[in-house]
Design a protein around this ligand. Structure first.
Ligand SMILES: [Zn+2]
Length: 255
């Protein structure tokens, strides 16, 4: 109860003045929402989709292809504005010890990565889903993976990059992680989260990059109570919109 009140006041104090500057300019930040690591349905997914529905905010659920995609597609399909993206092949860390975690590594051939990607696409197709976005586990963007995504006409979502709808592959990133990961997963904390949100907003306003999106990142399976509580407070403030479209999608919509 007190935690909720403090978070509410912090949001007002730390984001209010910046958001007022946007309103004065007649602008609204473009925020989109990505959640990672879904494999199957469960209580945490129900909570996540419930929040998307309650606040009428669209959501991109990045799902690992080796789970129960049919059940996931069913659950996501009944919530308006929820799309599925591909979150890796098996979410398996294949990096050498001491290197950043990643699933695609140096030495993987393009043919091997394409084969893994096609297996993933087939798993989604079997569940009746045609995803248009790939989210590499640990946001590890490997050059060979990028080439494979370009060949298959898929978009890419990593962390902290600028929107590049015309790039090959086209790219739209997440920037604002609600969690901290070291030493263990937990809520990032309202101050840290809001500090970064304010900085990202101010950067865009100063550059007059009004439409440069900010990607909110969540991991429903890892949220503690504080993360869920804060998410419920910040969603109505940030009002995430549908994920920005990438070039291939714009082309297919025009066709
Ligand atoms: Zn992941």
């Amino acid at each position: 109860m007190i935690g909720r009140m403090i978070d509410r006041l912090l949001i007002l104090a730390m984001l209010g003045p910046e958001l007022a500057l946007w309103r004065r300019a007649g602008r609204r930040p473009v925020v989109w929402w990505r959640d990672d690591d879904a494999r199957r349905t469960g209580p945490a997914l129900t909570l996540l989709l419930g929040m998307s529905a309650r606040y009428s905010v669209p959501l991109t659920v990045a799902a690992i292809p080796d789970g129960d995609l049919a059940a996931l597609a069913g659950a996501c399909g009944v919530t308006p504005g929820v799309e599925l993206a591909i979150h890796g092949f098996r979410h398996e860390n294949r990096a050498a010890p001491g290197r950043p975690s990643g699933e695609v590594v140096d030495g993987d051939s393009l043919a091997e990565v394409l084969a893994s990607l096609d297996t993933a696409l087939a798993a989604f197709a079997k569940a009746g889903v045609r995803p248009s976005l790939f989210v590499p586990p640990w946001n590890n963007v490997h050059r060979t993976l990028e080439t494979a995504l370009a060949v298959r006409g898929l978009g890419l979502s990593g962390y902290d990059g600028m929107l590049a709808p015309e790039a090959l592959p086209p790219r739209v990133d997440a920037h604002l992680d609600i969690m901290r990961w070291k030493p263990t997963a937990r809520f990032r904390g309202a101050r840290r989260f809001l500090d970064r949100a304010r900085r990202l907003l101010a950067e865009r306003r100063r550059k007059r990059a009004w439409n440069e999106p900010i990607g909110l990142l969540t991991h429903h399976l890892d949220h503690d109570e504080a993360a869920w509580r804060f998410l419920a407070l910040i969603l109505p403030v940030l009002q995430p919109q549908a994920r920005p479209l990438l070039s291939a999608e714009v082309a297919s919509q025009a066709a």
